[in-house]
Design a protein around this ligand. Structure first.
Ligand SMILES: *Cc1c(COP(=O)(O)O)cnc(C)c1O
Length: 396
């Protein structure tokens, strides 16, 4: 029998213990957490839609129209008109023939990987991929091959060396803990050369990147022939909850038949789908939000450079400050709370050992003055010598 108390004690001793903090009231740049009012730089609500009045009103209207629960799985009687309309609007948004809703991004990734890459297949994944993509490959029964972060040449070599068979390449679009972008065009040509499926998880790119917020693939000008599988989540820039997969009619029909994380679970509340439809409209119309976001990120990067703080290359709202030691990252996060700033310390195994970090994220709802307050707080708490100049090479 596993000794839980020793395990928990060891986690604490290594600075890897995780615990909840309780938020009162809505998500936003100002949050009340554990009884303190804090200025938050750690949510994925990049466009400030999680508590947008129009999204909240649509949720209310959805509740009036549909009640609280969906009552059943999509394929039984849980697939409402609201779900159907949202799927059509999502497909139109990402300019693909079809889209299929999943309850969460985690479930979407598990479902897709199991269907497209079963036993005997090989899944090639970036070493920095989100846990759900890695877990999906492991659960699928396929052989998982990890390639160097953002290294299309390394991927090509590994594909070249693999025995004949079915291949799937999967990558984050925007890396969730680093904020950098996958070289999607290079990956697409490598995948095409080896007749491999290519799947891009654009959880952090949709709503933020590309024309109309259509994500990294739109920004790179890649269509569904180059990237046949697009996964997006709705709990980040869209501000609500859930996820979808978009692609060809055949792909979506196949997922409906076979994706167990789609079939064997209750459909999300229809009211949620109504709220997301409104959020999606705000995303599409929200060029000014994306522009604000870019401006705030630039202001932060310039200010951080003036403080002598080294930030890895990233133009996205994800701006990690790599610290290295998990305990130090925790102490800095606690010191920032004393300054009224909320930034969570991200530690292994979410990030590689030796690369614990403060993951700073921005929202279009932040003001310039709030970014300056963050810089002031960093100046008071983070001395330059605790910030790693780069992630050790063996980790990438
Ligand atoms: C958040 C995230 C997911 C999981 O999505 P949920 O809807 O939160 O389950 C998947 N992939 C990436 C890259 C993510 O950042």
């Amino acid at each position: 029998m596993k000794d839980l108390s020793t395990d928990l004690r060891e986690r604490k001793a290594r600075g890897l213990y995780r615990s909840h903090r309780v938020v009162d009231g809505p998500q936003g740049v100002n949050v009340r957490m554990d009884g303190r009012d804090l200025l938050s730089f750690c949510s994925n609500d990049y466009l400030g839609l999680a508590n947008h009045p129009e999204v909240v009103a649509a949720f209310h209207a959805g509740l009036e129209a549909y009640g609280a629960g969906s009552g059943a799985a999509h394929l039984i009687s849980g697939h409402s008109r609201a779900h159907q309309a949202l799927e059509e609007e999502l497909a139109d948004f990402v300019q693909r023939p079809r889209a299929l809703l999943f309850s969460t991004g985690y479930m979407a990734n598990l479902g897709v990987l199991a269907v497209l890459a079963g036993r005997g297949a090989r899944v090639f994944e970036d070493r920095s991929n989100h846990a759900s993509l890695l877990d999906g490959a492991r659960l699928s029964g396929a052989r998982l091959v990890r390639y160097r972060h953002n290294d299309a040449a390394d991927l090509a070599q590994r594909l070249q060396a693999a025995p004949a068979g079915e291949y799937l390449v999967a990558t984050d679009g925007v890396f969730s803990m680093d904020g950098d972008l996958a070289p999607v065009a290079d990956l697409a040509s490598v995948a095409a050369r080896h007749a491999a499926w290519l799947m891009v998880d654009d959880a952090h790119g949709l709503g933020v990147l590309g024309p109309g917020g259509r994500g990294i693939l739109a920004q790179a000008g890649l269509d569904r022939t180059q990237v046949p599988v697009l996964m997006g989540t709705l709990g980040k820039a869209c501000g609500t909850f859930g996820a979808f997969v978009a692609g060809s009619d055949e792909l979506i029909e196949t997922l409906i038949q076979a994706a167990r994380t789609y079939i064997y679970t209750t459909a999300p509340p229809p009211a949620l789908a109504q709220a997301t439809r409104t959020a999606l409209r705000l995303v599409r119309e929200g060029e000014w939000r994306r522009e604000r976001l870019r401006m705030l990120v630039q202001r932060f990067r310039q200010g951080a450079a003036q403080l002598g703080l080294h930030l890895p290359e990233s133009d996205t709202p994800i701006q990690p400050l790599i610290i290295g030691d998990p305990d130090m990252a925790l102490r800095l996060s606690a010191a920032l709370v004393e300054c009224g700033i909320l930034i969570s310390a991200i530690r292994p195994p979410t990030v590689p050992p030796g690369s614990a970090r403060l993951r700073i994220t921005f929202s279009a709802a932040h003001s310039e003055e709030q970014v300056d307050r963050l810089l002031d707080a960093l100046e008071q708490t983070v001395t330059v010598d605790v910030v790693k100049q780069s992630v050790p090479d063996q980790l990438v």
